[in-house]
Design a protein around this ligand. Structure first.
Ligand SMILES: Cc1cc2nc3c(=O)[nH]c(=O)nc-3n(C[C@H](O)[C@H](O)[C@H](O)COP(=O)(O)O)c2cc1C
Length: 311
């Protein structure tokens, strides 16, 4: 049986394997992100960071539902100045290990000026690439309100590209009627890649009390239930744009990673699966995908990217 290479790339960003940590999970400290790298991830996306510290929404902020997780964290973060220390510590941890692992800095903002300013501050911390969160479903004024409007997305991306030299990835919301149209706008703005998808807007009610279970009432759904939604988004986007796609949403096993790749994803991000399978999930998913490829005679992961479009 031949060996399959799991190396991949997102434009000029080379990855030792296709599995990255998704933003918002285990990425508040350098220590937890280094654990994720030790668990086999090729890199981490930071928590979405803003200019100032932000407390987030009232509790409860996360509940487990039948087929996934429902959260409304509300973008809690320590602000870029404090978080820069975690980035420095992460980078020295990677250097000490002598390995290749990427750090992608996720930022949010209220308009194009805000995004450009945050991108500049995040770029100064030494991250390898930027991810623009224009897709949080439950933070008013930020996120999805921008990511639902193609003109705003184009403006934000082009302002950021004018402000930084780093690769810029744009994280998209599935809570729109045509996600490929938004991806196209990101590409026109100069994005180096798009990331699909952020959580799906959702709600759960405790029927005994009649109250919504989340403090914020509505939130974003993640985990296994949203995988088909993410795969469909990647599939549609692949037909519309020429930049690489990073798939995210409900990946919990090697087969899920391969499904996203066949839809058109050059790499993936994994979030909720850490809750189900713990930190070694990254290395395990890559190993499961590698075995599948080798059993079927593929010599590299890259061979199957977009395969469904060629069949
Ligand atoms: C608790 C939690 C917090 C999250 N915080 C962020 C965030 O700060 N920024 C962001 O872009 N996405 C955030 N997300 C969305 C994830 O990055 C990812 O897009 C989504 O959870 C789908 O992937 P999954 O099914 O693998 O979890 C968060 C998700 C969860 C569950």
């Amino acid at each position: 049986m031949s060996l399959a290479s799991m190396k991949t790339s997102i434009g000029k960003t080379e990855l030792v394997n296709p599995a990255l940590l998704a933003s918002g999970i285990l990425d508040e400290t350098a220590g937890s992100m280094l654990r994720v790298i030790d668990g086999g991830a090729a890199g981490c996306v930071t928590k979405s960071i803003g200019r100032e510290a932000r407390g987030g929404h009232p509790n409860p902020t996360m509940v487990e539902l039948q087929c996934g997780l429902l959260n409304a964290m509300g973008l809690p973060n320590p602000g870029i100045e404090s978080y820069a220390e975690e980035i420095a510590e992460f980078k020295s941890g990677i250097a000490a290990r002598g390995i290749d692992a990427k750090l992608i800095g996720s930022v949010y903002g209220g308009d194009e000026k805000d995004f450009a300013m945050m991108a500049g501050l995040m770029a100064n911390t030494g991250v390898d690439a930027l991810e623009l969160n224009v897709s949080c479903p439950h933070a008013r004024g930020y996120g999805a309100q921008i990511g639902s409007d193609p003109d705003m997305v184009r403006k934000v991306v082009s302002a950021v590209k004018g402000a930084v030299k780093l690769p810029v990835f744009v994280k998209l919301t599935p809570n729109v009627s045509n996600v490929a149209l938004i991806a196209k706008a990101a590409e026109e703005g100069g994005a180096d890649a798009v990331v699909a998808i952020n959580t799906v807007k959702a709600m759960a009610i405790d029927i005994e009390s009649g109250h919504p279970v989340l403090g914020n009432k509505v939130g974003g759904y993640s985990g296994p239930a949203i995988k088909p939604i993410g795969v469909r988004a990647v599939y549609d986007i692949y037909k519309e744009v020429n930049i690489p796609i990073i798939g995210v949403g409900g990946i919990t096993k090697g087969q899920d990673l391969l499904e996203y790749a066949m839809a058109g994803a050059s790499a993936v991000q994994i979030g909720s699966a850490v809750y189900y399978r713990d930190v070694p999930v990254f290395g395990e998913i890559v190993k499961e995908a590698k075995s599948w490829l080798e059993e079927r005679g593929f010599s590299s992961f890259k061979e199957i990217v977009g395969r469904t479009h060629d069949i």
